[in-house]
Write a protein that binds this ligand. Sequence first.
Ligand SMILES: NC(=O)c1ccc[n+]([C@@H]2O[C@H](COP(=O)([O-])OP(=O)(O)OC[C@H]3O[C@@H](n4cnc5c(N)ncnc54)[C@H](O)[C@@H]3O)[C@@H](O)[C@H]2O)c1
Length: 435
Amino acid sequence: MSKPIELVLMGAGARGAHAYASYAFAHPGEVRFVAVAEPDPVRRRRFADEHDLDESQTFASWEELIQAGKLADGALITTQDRMHVEPTVAALEAGYDVLLEKPMADSLEGCVRLVQAAERTGRSLQICHVLRYTPFWQTMHDILSSGRLGRIITVEHRENVAWWHMAHSFVRGNWRNKELSTPMILAKCCHDLDLLVWNLDDPVVRLSSVGSLLHYRAESVGPEIPLRCTDGCPIEAECPFSALGIYMDARLLPGPRALAEGETAPNSWPFMTMTNDLTWEGRLEALKTGPYGRCVYRCDNDVVDHQTVLMETASGTSVTLVMHGHSYEEYRSLRFDGTKASLRACFGHQPEIVIYEHGGAEEVVDIPAASSGHGGGDWGTFSSFLRVLRGEEKALTDVRASLESHLLAFAAEEARLNHQVIDMASFRAQAEALG
Ligand SMILES: NC(=O)c1ccc[n+]([C@@H]2O[C@H](COP(=O)([O-])OP(=O)(O)OC[C@H]3O[C@@H](n4cnc5c(N)ncnc54)[C@H](O)[C@@H]3O)[C@@H](O)[C@H]2O)c1
């Protein structure tokens, strides 16, 4: 076997240190991390210990790591949404091939800069559209591109975000506020738009969108409700968004068991996002002082809790994408109706694809088993990046392909805010001119 691919990591948070770097433990002959850039000293130390890095291989910021020169074959960049463009451009210019978390950038200008930087330097830049690499979506892609459904007339694609995930990420957490991160249609649905672009292979020509923040706002409760769930809230026991019920005894989270009083939480999502100290006392302190203990009606959130995007493609297919944060469980539901058959599918805990041929048979399609987070997509994306670096395969997607899904998300946000129908040809032309 050839020697392991060497990588540097910028941003040792939930995605970088856990979702992707965990692959290295299971496949030590394939990949080795040789440096990390992470300002949080606890996360930096933990990553260094886990990957056997010494002091000279750890950096307090991506800028310091870049200044050290080219240290590896590739860079994994998993900083927060608003910190994607600068480290990626710097890494490409330093000669790294890059795997970058989605969304590629928080602005159209940033997206175009990334495409231009990749093309200028000739380096590979892949965005973590992890769902493309799942057995489920690869099966869907094979069916949809086979012509078996005939001409596709309508598509309904729903991104059903569970109520507690909405509260965690988009009300209390990192993606709650457009100015601090990105609009929810970009943060959550650049994946869904990427899948539509990939599977339909039929450019969107026109797009409109409606949506708003209906529920998670101050007017939804009375003045007696305190700022934090730990402040003696009178409705805490019955509130489905109680921070105590999500992060302390975990009674509100789906999963096999709640946590006993005094028990340390597992070092996994969503607990790992709220604090580095996962003991009972550490979590309680984080709820009393940090963002995750705030009442969901008393936060500085402004991203929508529901948005619908209506699209027409060049061949005339109409596509509806519904995103909302009030689902009883987390899953995507899909329906494609074609001139020869209909397809219904569900991508969640129990993935299912069923094809109904017009006047013919109904087939429940076999879906190969998945082996990591996001239905197998996290490790699927990462291992594909390694094979691309070893020259064993061509990347399944590239940054120019990713630009299209991001353009659709920005267009949807503009359409929603300005009550417009967007002509995508002129929107694309305007975006290209920004570079
Ligand atoms: N592909 C997916 O499906 C998927 C899923 C969830 C999140 N994401 C994306 O992944 C990215 C990371 O999300 P996360 O949940 O891991 O966030 P996180 O906050 O846990 O991790 C980001 C890390 O970057 C570090 N950082 C901050 N400034 C830095 C600097 N100057 N240099 C180096 N590191 C720095 C932070 O300290 C933090 O540890 C986000 O853009 C998010 O939208 C993608």
